[in-house]
Design a protein. Structure first.
Length: 120
């Protein structure tokens, strides 16, 4: 489990394999949200274009990092992660993280304002 506060970044280190012709335009999309019965509900996300995919006759591994910044658009609580490799020939390739593995903590809370006043 990873605990994050507002302003933190969650860094995804993604690896995939490619062989064949050089390719431009592939993208990695990383998100934090909730995995449900009808898909993945993204709350925070980021996307990056993958560069440097060269021709290779055999499988070559590429590693790309992508950061998602934790903002107040997400409430405190437990969430999941999802990454997809997209804009590639064929279908997008998906990866899903462990359920409730990301916890947003440290949300600001306030309560009990008291006020008194007198003639100045």
């Amino acid at each position: 489990m990873i605990q994050l506060q507002y302003g933190d970044k969650l860094r995804f280190s993604c690896s995939f394999q490619h062989k064949g012709a050089a390719y431009t335009g592939a993208k990695l999309h990383a998100a934090i949200g909730n995995k449900g019965a009808f898909g993945f509900d993204e709350i925070l996300n980021n996307e990056t274009t993958v560069t440097g995919i060269i021709y290779d006759a055999t499988w070559r591994t590429y590693t790309v990092t992508i950061d998602v910044t934790i903002t107040t658009a997400i409430s405190g609580g437990a969430y999941e992660t999802m990454v997809k490799l997209m804009s590639i020939p064929g279908s997008d390739i998906y990866w899903y993280g462990t359920l409730d593995d990301i916890v947003i903590v440290g949300a600001a809370e306030f309560q009990g304002l008291s006020v008194s006043y007198v003639k100045a």
